[in-house]
Design a protein around this ligand. Structure first.
Ligand SMILES: [Fe+2]
Length: 348
């Protein structure tokens, strides 16, 4: 075997062993033994209880959409929201890219690692979050949820039905009716936009005609804003007096050439509601990309089936041993003493 080939075997084997160990570290570092829920994260009464207390009607909140596979952008935006005085954060869906337990664990770990910047955070369910195991509900609470904060009502509902149908429309209608006369502002938090849009080079998505139930609510009730995502960029329209905001720039691959990572800050005050876009300061580092893939994709693939993990481990070890054996320096023969007869060429 040539020296070059041996070094190749050794490097591949070592790389496999490294990938196995780092994926184990990434997953076990991010897993949590105390159950799926994290304090301050998700549509739970405990999260509502963590909101800042006080009677004033003015407050600020941040809206982030589609963090998916970009932990560093998400973490950076959460720190910016904290520094800019947001009281809480709304995620407009697609918390994860693939709805696996590893992905939810990884997201929860990222949230927990924020420290003081782990603001109370609620989320609408996105199409990427849905799975038969109902992991979104386990980690982030019910998809239909509402809370009242300083006179403003926030309603979370599911609009990921086929052809944009809104399974949560009835819940929205009933919740608005329940709090009628008790609220100054109403915000609806969904995942999919309710107006037509298209991704760069893509077909027009007929979201408006698929959201007729929601427009009936907007026509009948005073709703200040519908907050959504799904389009990985920023769109803003008005429907009569209702703001229709789409903010899907919290980390996932952008859908338009002029789009950029961002969040939206919303100020609620005596003079009304003001929204402004805030560009993300952080990008995704190489380590973030690598650790995400190892924890969320490589680890489940390798360790999802024990025989696969064993086969990879054995193959990696064999390559290292073969490579090492061929590359290791051979023991050299001791030099013959001066004057000793040479074996080579000896004869009669
Ligand atoms: Fe998305």
């Amino acid at each position: 075997m040539t020296r070059k080939r041996s070094i190749g075997f050794f490097a591949i084997g070592l790389g496999l062993l490294l990938a196995l160990s780092v994926s184990l570290v990434a997953v076990h570092g991010s897993s949590h033994r105390g159950g799926a829920r994290r304090e301050g994260l998700g549509n739970f009464e405990e999260t509502v209880g963590a909101l800042p207390r006080g009677d004033g009607k003015s407050f600020r909140f941040a809206v982030l959409g589609d963090p998916e596979e970009a932990p560093a952008v998400f973490r950076g935006l959460m720190h910016q929201a904290f520094d800019l005085g947001a009281a809480f954060v709304l995620i407009t869906g697609d918390v994860v890219d693939r709805p696996t337990r590893e992905a939810y664990e990884f997201f929860s770990y990222q949230y927990r690692a924020l420290g003081p910047a782990a603001l109370p955070t609620f989320a609408a369910i996105g199409n990427h979050d849905i799975c038969p195991e109902r992991l979104f509900q386990e980690y982030l609470g019910p998809e239909e949820f509402h809370f009242l904060h300083r006179g403003s009502l926030f309603i979370f509902a599911d609009n990921n039905g086929p052809e944009g149908c809104t399974p949560g429309a009835r819940y929205i209608r009933e919740t608005i009716a329940r709090y009628r006369g008790q609220t100054e502002h109403v915000f609806i938090v969904l995942h999919k936009p309710i107006f037509d849009f298209s991704r760069a080079g893509g077909e027009l998505q007929n979201s408006r005609e698929n959201s007729l139930e929601l427009y009936q609510i907007l026509d009948a009730e005073k709703v200040d804003a519908v907050l959504a995502a799904h389009f990985h960029g920023y769109l803003r329209e008005m429907y009569k007096d209702t703001l229709l905001l789409v903010t899907g720039g919290a980390g996932s691959k952008l859908h338009a050439p002029d789009a950029f990572f961002h969040m939206v800050l919303v100020d609620v005050g005596p003079d009304g509601i003001h929204d402004r876009i805030v560009r993300a300061e952080a990008g995704n580092s190489i380590w973030d990309r690598v650790s995400y893939r190892l924890a969320v994709k490589v680890h489940p693939f390798l360790f999802g089936a024990p025989h696969r993990a064993l086969a990879v481990l054995l193959a990696a070890a064999a390559l290292v041993v073969i490579g090492l054996g061929a590359v290791a320096p051979r023991r050299s023969r001791p030099a013959a003493p001066a004057g000793a007869p040479s074996v080579a060429g000896a004869g009669w």
